[in-house]
Design a protein around this ligand. Structure first.
Ligand SMILES: *[C@@H]1O[C@H](CO)[C@@H](O)[C@H](O)[C@H]1NC(C)=O
Ligand SMILES: *[C@@H]1O[C@H](CO)[C@@H](O)[C@H](O)[C@H]1NC(C)=O
Ligand SMILES: *[C@@H]1O[C@H](CO)[C@@H](O)[C@H](O)[C@H]1NC(C)=O
Ligand SMILES: *[C@@H]1O[C@H](CO)[C@@H](O)[C@H](O)[C@H]1NC(C)=O
Ligand SMILES: *[C@@H]1O[C@H](CO)[C@@H](O)[C@H](O)[C@H]1NC(C)=O
Ligand SMILES: *[C@@H]1O[C@H](CO)[C@@H](O)[C@H](O)[C@H]1NC(C)=O
Ligand SMILES: *[C@@H]1O[C@H](CO)[C@@H](O)[C@H](O)[C@H]1NC(C)=O
Ligand SMILES: *[C@@H]1O[C@H](CO)[C@@H](O)[C@H](O)[C@H]1NC(C)=O
Length: 459
């Protein structure tokens, strides 16, 4: 029962299959570790957690590869992240030429995604009482999470000030505009954060929802602002045979050459689109091209060619970005990078938990292999598409939240995805969610950044 619930939105549907992923990764990383690190480490803000570089875990319950993804103790300094510092050089060069130029340069070039979480005593932008749109599984306050320290951190980019999200200003800026969040349950998590912040100024009216409340649309009448969330976990056309509990009766059929019309048909309406995907590519799927089966991912027992999720995910991003950059409709497009989970002492299916109550400091944690690979693909496809997009006068921005989110193991519901999970039995074994984010929580900072990028993008 418990397993079923979490597999609902994002997680691979079978324990065994996920197990295989990590074994596969362990093996391929041991073999290719060095080459891989050289290839990708330059483009990653956080060093890759190659299997061999991690400190020994105390007592791995399953396999090393499954448990090593988050180090219990700080990693040796040799593997601490080398964050790109993009501004200092430019600023220094211009320093003596003109103060104005220097300030302007800093404002434009500051990397919003390089920074630290700093203590912030101010109250969160909303609570379970002032926002009524929080999904039950992410309503940590209401569900009885006992600590509140996780609410008092602010993302502080290293080289500039990041103002807090200003709902009034945002809504004024977005009069007559339409935003869409396109992706999986993390996109839904993200849209609810925005909705909660905006509802402090104006209550939205829900104008559409699908049967399972996965795709929804809201309208803010006094600003004529429209906000959509579109459920399309693969972004591609996919025939999924999963019931509401995440139990699948047959393998997903994924069309690697067709986009999901659920979002493409509406695309011409959107002024801003925040697109993200990824985690569903880890699931078992039969891959199709030209309506013909060309292979599969994780389908032991089927006489089909095994293809990597990397291959499929790259194909997906290429199609998505090609579509958005080529479209005669010019939207402002964000591509959000993969979101890290923080299961420790096990995975989601094997009793993993996330009971930390404070952020990591830089260097205390490494990106999991799966996220490093996904982000690598995202970066590469983004770079290619952004230059084409610029020629077509389409704005494409990378919402590179992976690194900042990685530092927030304390921001997940954990056991508090359920209402008062320990009310009856304080030792109850409950399913933890260390992937989605509490609302309010660190995901609210994604919107501080989104707002800043929108304002900068319009200058
Ligand atoms: C800028 O000016 C300061 C003193 O005003 C000087 O020490 C420094 O060397 C100068 N830097 C450059 C790059 O010219
Ligand atoms: C540039 O920034 C410095 C400090 O950050 C400030 O003292 C100075 O007034 C600014 N100059 C302008 C022209 O905004
Ligand atoms: C919000 O959570 C608190 C517990 O932290 C609870 O007492 C209160 O009833 C909740 N409010 C709503 C509206 O659910
Ligand atoms: C409201 O915004 C939509 C675009 O999102 C626009 O098509 C429509 O004309 C606007 N309505 C009014 C009354 O301005
Ligand atoms: C799909 O069809 C197109 C055109 O008919 C062809 O060029 C392409 O090679 C086919 N792809 C596959 C994977 O069969
Ligand atoms: C697997 O497929 C290949 C070619 O599609 C075929 O030659 C082979 O006989 C199949 N093997 C089994 C066990 O069905
Ligand atoms: C999209 O794909 C088409 C056909 O393959 C190609 O001509 C076009 O240049 C691509 N556009 C972008 C933005 O990648
Ligand atoms: C956190 O969980 C670990 C095991 O998963 C446990 O050993 C530890 O005591 C827990 N810490 C707190 C503060 O509950």
């Amino acid at each position: 029962m418990v397993k079923k619930e979490v597999s609902l939105d994002l997680n691979p549907s079978s324990l065994l299959k996920r197990h295989h992923i990590f074994i596969k990764f362990a093996v391929s990383f041991l073999l290719l570790g060095l080459a891989f690190r050289i290839l990708v480490s330059d483009s990653l803000p956080f060093s890759l957690s190659a299997v061999e570089s991690l400190p020994p875990s105390p007592s791995p319950p399953l396999s090393r590869a499954e448990t090593d993804t988050i180090a219990d103790s700080p990693l040796p300094s040799s593997s601490s992240p080398s964050l790109p510092v993009q501004v200092a050089g430019a600023g220094d060069l211009l320093a003596n030429e003109s103060q104005t130029i220097q300030n302007a340069t800093v404002a434009v070039e500051c990397d919003l995604f390089v920074g630290d979480w700093v203590p912030d005593p101010s109250a969160p932008a909303y609570t379970n009482s002032t926002c009524l749109d929080i999904e039950a599984h992410q309503n940590c306050m209401k569900n009885g999470r006992p600590d509140s320290g996780y609410l008092h951190w602010r993302w502080n980019p290293r080289d500039c000030e990041l103002p807090r999200f200003d709902p009034e200003k945002f809504l004024d800026f977005m009069k007559n505009k339409w935003w869409a969040f396109i992706g999986d349950s993390i996109s839904r998590n993200h849209v609810q954060s925005l909705l909660c912040m905006l509802s402090q100024v104006e209550q939205a009216v829900e104008v559409y929802h699908d049967e399972q409340y996965k795709s929804r649309r809201w309208h803010f009448p006094s600003h004529n602002f429209t906000l959509s969330v579109i459920w399309t976990p693969f972004l591609l056309k996919a025939d999924v045979f999963e019931d509401i509990n995440g139990v699948s009766s047959s393998e997903t059929q994924l069309h690697l050459d067709k986009l999901d019309e659920t979002w493409t048909e509406q695309y011409k309406n959107f002024d801003y689109a925040v697109i993200a995907g990824g985690k569903w590519y880890l699931k078992t799927a039969i891959y199709r091209e030209n309506d013909t089966v060309t292979g599969c991912h994780y389908c032991p027992g089927k006489n089909l060619t095994e293809m990597s999720f990397e291959y499929a995910y790259r194909r997906a991003l290429k199609l998505v970005l090609n579509f958005t950059m080529d479209s005669s409709h010019k939207a402002f497009v964000f591509l959000r990078t993969t979101t890290p989970d923080h299961f420790e002492n096990g995975e989601w299916f094997s009793g993993g938990t996330c009971n930390r109550t404070a952020p990591f400091k830089e260097g205390e944690v490494d990106t999991k292999d799966v996220d490093a690979v996904m982000r690598g693909i995202e970066m590469e496809e983004f770079e290619k598409a952004a230059s084409v997009g610029a020629e077509n006068r389409v704005t494409l921005k990378l919402l590179d939240t992976t690194g900042m989110s990685l530092l927030r193991p304390d921001g997940h519901p954990g056991p508090y995805r359920q209402f008062q999970p320990f009310a009856k039995d304080k030792n109850a074994k409950v399913q933890n969610d260390c992937l989605h984010w509490c609302l309010p929580g660190p995901i609210d900072s994604w919107n501080d950044i989104v707002m800043e990028m929108v304002i900068r993008g319009s200058q």
